[in-house]
Design a protein around this ligand. Sequence first.
Ligand SMILES: Cc1cc2nc3c(=O)[nH]c(=O)nc-3n(C[C@H](O)[C@H](O)[C@H](O)COP(=O)(O)O)c2cc1C
Length: 330
Amino acid sequence: MLHKFCIAPMIDYTDRHCRYFFRKLTKNAFLYSEMVVSETIVYGDKDFFLKFDGSEHPVALQIAGSNPKNLSYAAKCGEDFGYDEINFNLGCPSKKVQEGNFGACLMNDMDLVEDCLGSMIKSVSVPVTVKCRIGLDDDDPYEVLPAMIERLNSIGIKTIIIHARKAILNGLDPKKNREIPPLDYDLVRLIKRKWPELNLVLNGGINSIEKAKKELNSNQYDPDGIMMGRAAYIDPFILTNIDNVFYKDKKINHSRFDIVREMIPYIESEIANGTYINHITRHMLGLFHGVKGAKVWRSYLSENAPKRKSDINVIKEALIKIEEIQKEVA
Ligand SMILES: Cc1cc2nc3c(=O)[nH]c(=O)nc-3n(C[C@H](O)[C@H](O)[C@H](O)COP(=O)(O)O)c2cc1C
């Protein structure tokens, strides 16, 4: 139930400000951090990379790496900071990530994956989960994925998020790797049939609430949850449907304007602590997606927030502008 609707880890996107904003739209969706490399946690500013607001729960920290010792330390730090889950990245195909020997390329080295996960599991008491692809390059996913799931299951990984397309490590950049290899939802259902006890989350191409609903209600081997990435960022207001549709909870019935007003005290307190306003408002640009005045909202914030970095009036002015446009429509 917890994972029924997850919002995907997205580097440069799902930082703590973005997650705080998403939480104003849904109380229940399971949120994921951006990928954080274990060495960043070992050697970097832990507060900067790990701190988050208490309202973000349930929230997972996604870690990438391939050094079991560093991973176990990073996982423990994540638990100490209060994350509800530690997720291990086995899906990122970027060149840089491959050079560091982590992400999707690790699916070729399941012995190392077992070492990494084993040491993380030993160091924390929160669940350790995996996000992976269905295979790499010339792999046959119908052979590779079941073999991998078998091994993950045997070491105690109970929640697996499957981005249901292969990762092509040579020749496709990360963007194309989210578009070109075809999606195979049937394979995820096959895995569910074989391992009904696992908590399986389907990811990739879920671009609307309707599609999420359909994929969770099509037959007895449906995944336990779905994970949405890009669509949630492009049109975040759709997230207000999650609580009632997927969690049988009350819908957050606040308007887009209410959401902006609710964000203002947070933005004010962040500015007081030295955060630039554009680091928060950039995640809110899509809030009025598809409604009259969306362009003005977006362009006013994009132009002014980076220039007036500590000025809360930027968002108040943008709000007045779009309110006026909407009044004209009404
Ligand atoms: C900008 C961006 C950044 C991403 N960063 C990560 C990441 O840090 N970790 C990860 O596992 N996946 C990452 N992904 C992949 C998403 O989590 C997700 O698997 C992918 O976008 C497919 O889901 P979607 O079709 O719903 O967008 C990223 C995707 C995007 C668009």
